[in-house]
Design a protein around this ligand. Structure first.
Ligand code: TMP
Length: 208
C-alpha cells in the first residue's frame, strides 16, 4: 500500500533520526519503503542543497532560495517520490514543501502566494498523506546543534527560528488531519512509538 509520509521540524528536532527509525521499522516488517530527504535526495538536490546551506554569497535573495529548493524538490518528486509510490511503497521524505512555506515564508518573509504557486509547480500534485512535525522549543533545538559547524540557516538569528517554529504550528493547526505534532523533548523511543502508532493505523496494521 503506497503512503507518502513527510517529516518536518526546526533545527535540532531529530527529524533525521526519527525518519530513519521509521524506515528501519518498516524494513524489519518487510514493508517496502523508500527513505529520502530534501534538499539532497537526488544528485541535483545534493549539489543545490550543499550550495544553499554553505555558500558565502551574501546576495542570495529569498526568491532564489524558493526557486532552488523547489528545483531540488521537482527532481525528487520525479526521480524518487513518484516512482516509489507507483510501486506501492511507503515513501518517507525528511523535509518537503512545508519546509519552504515555513523557512522562506514565515522565516524570510516571502509572500505566501508566490510560495504556494512555486511549491505547487514543484510537487506536481504529490501531497503527503501524513506529515509528522517534531516540535521542540527553539532554544532547546538550537542547543542540541551546538558544537557542529553552523550552516546559513542555523546561523540565522533566534527570531528567525522562532518564526519557523510558529509557522509550523500554524500550518499543523490549519490542517490537523494531515499533521501529527509530536513533542520531541520526550525520549527517542517514546517519540518513535507515537509516530509508529499513527503510521500503523494508516497501514491498517495496528497489531504490529
Ligand atoms: P537539514 O539538513 O538540517 O534539514 O538542512 C536543510 C536546511 O535547509 C534547514 O535549515 C532548512 C532549510 N530549508 C529551507 O530553508 N527550505 C526548504 O525548502 C528546505 C527543504 C530546507
Amino acid at each position: 500500500m503506497s503512503l507518502f509520509i513527510t517529516f518536518e521540524g526546526g533545527e535540532g528536532s531529530g527529524k533525521s533520526a526519527q525518519s530513519k527509525i521509521l524506515y528501519k521499522r518498516l524494513s524489519n516488517l518487510v514493508i517496502p519503503a523508500v527513505l529520502t530527504y530534501e534538499p539532497g535526495g537526488t544528485p541535483l538536490g545534493k549539489k543545490l542543497g550543499r550550495w544553499l546551506k554553505w555558500t558565502d554569497d551574501k546576495n542570495i535573495t529569498p526568491l532564489v532560495e524558493l526557486l532552488l529548493f523547489n528545483a531540488a524538490r521537482a527532481q525528487s518528486v520525479t526521480e524518487v517520490i513518484r516512482p516509489g509510490l507507483k510501486k506501492g511503497k511507503v515513501v518517507i521524505s525528511d523535509r518537503y514543501a512545508d519546509s519552504t512555506t515555513v523557512y522562506q515564508g514565515y522565516g524570510r518573509g516571502l509572500d505566501m502566494e508566490t510560495i504556494k504557486a512555486t511549491n505547487d509547480a514543484a510537487t506536481q500534485g504529490q501531497k503527503p498523506d501524513l506529515t509528522v512535525l517534531l516540535d521542540i522549543p527553539t532554544e532547546v533545538g538550537l542547543t542540541r546543534k551546538k558544537g557542529s559547524r553552523r550552516d546559513r540557516f542555523e546561523q540565522e538569528e533566534l527570531a528567525f527560528h522562532h518564526r519557523v517554529r510558529e509557522g509550523y504550528l500554524k500550518l499543523a493547526a490549519g490542517e490537523p488531519e494531515r499533521w501529527l505534532v509530536v513533542d520531541t523533548t520526550q525520549d527517542k523511543e517514546t517519540v518513535a512509538g507515537i509516530i509508529w502508532r499513527r503510521v500503523s493505523q494508516l497501514l491498517g496494521r495496528e497489531s504490529d
